[in-house]
Design a protein around this ligand. Structure first.
Ligand code: SF4
Length: 331
């Protein structure tokens, strides 16, 4: 799993076990834990920023000694605290799939005395196993990858190990969602022409509706992917995905991630900055933009200028105008 941030590229060895902290919209300042050697995964996603999977496996295995991982984290946390750097989450976000590590649950338990929240970003491919659900249940926050809800799209986007079953995975996510006491989020990476049809997005939204999600995120590839052909969809498609998912889940539970991690939601008092911050996460309807401008004693010229500067884009959807921050990777 890769989405909050990773060590720079596929690297091996103890030095790469801990990295960061890095800013993340979802997790604040996140200290990354790389508990899997590159690139060991049960998927070989077309968009993976670590390249193609070299060890495509589903067998849970011990990789690094949990005590060594813990020692590296202790050292890094001590360094951060000495520099006054805050850490909001210790996040398992390795160069592969974190639940392949058979010691994941033990490692989370060993981190507990540090008093920091623990997150796991998983592709959820092993979540039909009770032992994996038990390990994930120990975390404070779990992120599930749901890039597809039907077999053909799942194969095209995630290229799973042949022993995996999508039905089992979706069922495992439902079971986990019912029992998990922490915060659950999901990530649906949209790839141009691969899993971004309205039908598949609707199926994904229907599935997500049954999960107890805090937020369903819609990221797009913003870093070089495993396959050059894996590109971000257009702003129109992302807006459509947001509208479809918002209809199922509620607007407040859907956010896109288009390469502006770390932007703040807090009003800055500067209408241009606020408009760009909001539209980097949600599309805004024209009426909402007008309301924002009115409250700031500003006029529509702000929007016109941002469109001219290619920072904002206007999209028509079902008779309404929406405004979105322009995607950098498509410029
Ligand atoms: S789940 Fe996909 S994106 Fe995550 S590490 Fe595996 S191949 Fe890469």
């Amino acid at each position: 799993m890769i989405l909050v941030a990773t060590a720079s590229g596929p690297v091996e060895g103890e030095n790469a076990i801990v990295f960061g902290p890095v800013p993340s919209r979802r997790l604040g300042r996140s200290l990354g834990i790389n508990n899997i050697p590159a690139k060991t995964c049960s998927y070989s996603c077309v968009y993976c920023q670590l390249g193609r999977t070299t060890q495509l496996i589903t067998k849970r295995t011990p990789f690094y000694e949990p005590e060594r991982i813990l020692a590296r984290i202790h050292e890094k946390v001590r360094q951060c605290r000495a520099k006054g750097q805050a850490i909001d989450y210790l996040t398992f976000v390795p160069d592969g799939e974190p639940t392949l590590d058979v010691n994941l649950g033990k490692e989370i338990e060993m981190l507990r005395p540090m008093g920091l929240r623990v997150a796991v970003l998983t592709n959820a491919s092993l979540i039909d196993r009770a032992d994996v659900r038990e390990d994930l249940a120990k975390a404070d926050l779990v992120s599930l990858k749901v890039d597809a809800a039907s077999e053909p799209f799942w194969h095209r986007v995630n290229r799973p190990h042949r022993s995996l079953s999508l039905l089992g995975i979706l069922g495992g996510m439902r079971d986990f969602s019912r029992s998990f006491k922490g915060e659950l989020i999901s990530e649906t990476m949209l790839i141009d022409g691969v899993n971004d049809s309205e039908e598949e997005i609707s199926r994904i939204a229907e599935f997500l509706k049954d999960l107890e999600l805090r937020t369903a995120y819609i990221p797009i590839p913003t870093r070089p992917p495993a396959e050059k052909s894996a590109r971000a969809p257009s702003e129109q498609v992302i807006n459509l995905a947001c509208q479809v998912m918002s209809t199922s889940l509620g607007r407040d539970r859907v956010e896109y991630l288009i390469g502006f991690e770390g932007d703040t939601f807090a009003s800055t008092g500067d209408v241009e900055t606020d408009l760009l911050a909001i539209t980097s996460v949600h599309p805004m309807r024209r009426e909402a933009v007008e309301h924002l401008l009115k409250n700031a004693n500003a006029d529509w010229d702000v929007v016109k200028r941002l469109i001219e500067e290619r920072k904002l884009i206007e999209i028509q959807h079902e008779g309404h105008a929406f405004y979105m921050r322009r995607i950098r990777s498509r410029n």
